[in-house]
Unconditional design. Structure first.
Length: 212
């Protein structure tokens, strides 16, 4: 499938902004990856909008997604593929594989900014093309993340608005460009039990999704 995104040039006018340090949220999934922990970066696996990407020597960039709120993290992970209209189906039992991480960045990060105001500078690209496009377009959207990483040598992350919850902000971190440790884990909570389960189910019911 061709989605019509322009191909990045060799010197795109990417905008770099500073993302404040503070509390962020990340959801991880242990299904098929039992060794995954709260601080586990993807080391070249997966199939997402902006990853996997590679360094100039061909080795994978280690990446880590996070959202500005817990709800944003839920929408971008456990509810990522659930259709909202007409209301789709949410498998409640799958919560047993998921954890919510609350973490704190140690210092502001320099980010390639893919928020709406800066996209027209990139060959008149739109949010619809880069952020709101369907998963079938990931091979084309990843090309822009790859170009951003290689052309912006001081960038430590990509910043963009959540596709699934436009009130939320998202970051994708570049592990090789962040100090060690990259952040501080504040909490690591299972989503299958306790208040976080109740929080997820309240969101599911507010969206009028079907539960199984």
């Amino acid at each position: 499938m061709k989605c019509g995104l322009p191909t990045p040039g060799t010197a795109e006018p990417f905008t770099i902004t500073s993302e404040d340090a503070g509390v962020w949220f990340h959801v991880y999934n242990s299904l098929g990856h039992p060794d995954t922990r709260a601080d586990t970066f993807s080391e070249g696996w997966g199939d997402t909008r902006f990853a996997p990407i590679h360094q100039s020597d061909g080795t994978p960039v280690h990446t880590y997604y996070m959202g500005s709120t817990a709800e944003c993290a839920y929408m971008e992970s456990i509810l990522h593929d659930v259709v909202l209209a007409p209301p789709g189906v949410f498998d409640v039992d799958r919560l047993r594989y998921f954890h919510l991480v609350q973490l704190e960045l140690h210092s502001p990060l320099q980010c390639v900014n893919f928020h709406t105001p800066y996209l027209p500078q990139l060959q008149e690209m739109t949010r619809t093309q880069l952020i709101d496009s369907l998963p079938a377009c990931y091979p084309e959207t990843r090309v822009w993340a790859q170009a951003a990483f290689l052309q912006c040598v001081d960038a430590q992350a990509i910043a963009y608005g959540s596709r699934r919850n436009d009130a939320g902000r998202c970051l994708m971190l570049f592990r090789q460009r962040i100090a060690d440790p990259p952040f501080r884990i504040l909490k690591d909570e299972p989503l299958a039990i306790g208040p976080r389960r109740a929080e997820v189910l309240a969101l599911v019911r507010r969206l009028k999704l079907n539960e199984t």
